[in-house]
Ligand binder design. Structure first.
Ligand SMILES: [Zn+2]
Length: 363
């Protein structure tokens, strides 16, 4: 059964409003909490580039060590008005709003383990704790995270898998934009003079396949915009979408096909198509025998859990850390139905998540 203190701490964290980019109340709470325990919590200065109203909280314990334990501070929707309900086996909302277990449960698991470690005088190894901004939107917090130089391995507490499971691989997503330019003209008086950018975009899209390309690769047209008025031949259209894969090498060829189709359709109509793309987050995949998996599985077993390495379908701060060269996996903490009105976490899972933290930080 979960310790009352752990549940209280989670409820307190979940009540704080910290929408993506506005995490300051959460950052201040976490910073003060760590300092009160005697830990050197700092702000890493990432706000200058991330656009959030706070920097990430970074706390190097014993000089920072070689591992970082991480959770994100933002929620996808506001949580301050959520009516929290604690039952015999779980914490949930009243079903009308997001609870905020994603990812305040991860923060609570880390902070509770640290508090208990101080209270009981647990000998600690050097390690770093990081709480990031903007994971739910741009991942700009994690991407610009300022870590101590010795960090080699990362453990993110932000997967909705059961405790014991961890994400050994995760897809990357590239976001693309096709800017199509035609020529405006009066649609009734001189349609012959116009080149419709919308028609070019439509022809390009009609020649492409979207959806699932193979077991690990998908693509999607997300938004389309263009035109000014019904009586003007559309001079401009913008098509945006993503290509996602567990295999980094499979993404550029799909993007190339999309680019070629837009260029072909634009050239045929006498218009122009400018195509650009960038990684939203990069994929990662670890070998089961790698050091980070060995460390993860040792901690899971010590916490009384059976390790299970599974590929994830979404991105997290683990993608950003891996892209920076910090080998990172994402632990399941069991926070279910993230972002939804029926989001909940089992008390047993909250306890197990904190137990994993405990095993990682103890000497
Ligand atoms: Zn999350």
């Amino acid at each position: 059964m979960a310790h009352t203190r752990l549940v209280e701490l989670f409820l307190e964290l979940a009540r704080l409003d910290g929408l993506s980019g506005k995490e300051a109340p959460v950052a201040n709470f976490a910073g003060n909490f760590l300092k009160k325990l005697g830990f050197p919590a700092q702000f890493d200065g990432a706000a200058e580039v991330s656009g959030s109203n706070t920097s990430n909280v970074v706390c190097p314990v014993g000089g920072g060590g070689a591992i970082v334990l991480l959770a994100h501070m933002d929620t996808a929707r506001p949580t301050a008005q959520t009516k929290q309900v604690v039952t015999a086996d779980r914490v949930t909302s009243d079903g009308k709003w997001q609870l905020g277990a994603d990812n305040r449960a991860g923060m609570a698991a880390i902070l509770y383990a640290l508090e208990r470690a101080v209270d009981t005088g647990l000998p600690l190894k050097p390690f770093t704790v990081a709480f990031t901004t903007q994971e739910e939107t741009t991942m700009a917090g994690g991407r610009n995270l300022g870590l101590p130089p010795g960090i080699r391995h990362g453990f993110v507490f932000d997967s909705s898998l059961d405790p014991g499971c961890y994400a050994i691989a995760s897809p990357g997503a590239a976001v693309f934009s096709a800017h199509v330019t035609g020529r405006p003209s009066h649609a009734g008086i001189a349609p012959e003079k116009g080149i419709s950018a919308i028609h070019i975009a439509a022809k390009a899209l009609a020649g492409l396949e979207f959806g699932r390309h193979d077991e690990e690769t998908t693509s999607n047209i997300g938004t389309i915009a263009g035109g000014e008025a019904t009586n003007v031949v559309a001079a401009y259209a913008l098509v945006r979408g993503e290509v996602r894969s567990l295999d980094k090498a499979k993404v550029p060829p799909v993007l190339d096909r999309i680019k070629a189709e837009f260029e072909k359709a634009a050239a045929a109509a006498g218009g122009n198509a400018k195509f650009d793309w960038a990684w939203d987050f990069q994929p990662y995949r670890h070998d089961k025998e790698s050091e980070v998996c060995r460390l993860a599985e040792t901690a899971l077993r010590a916490a009384g859990l059976e390790p299970s390495a599974v590929p994830s379908h979404g991105g997290s701060d683990a993608n950003s850390l891996n892209a920076k060269g910090v080998a990172t996996v994402n632990f399941g903490i069991g926070a279910r139905n993230p972002h939804a009105d029926d989001e909940y976490i089992l008390l047993e899972h909250l306890t197990k998540a904190s137990e994993i933290v405990w095993q990682l930080i103890k000497k």
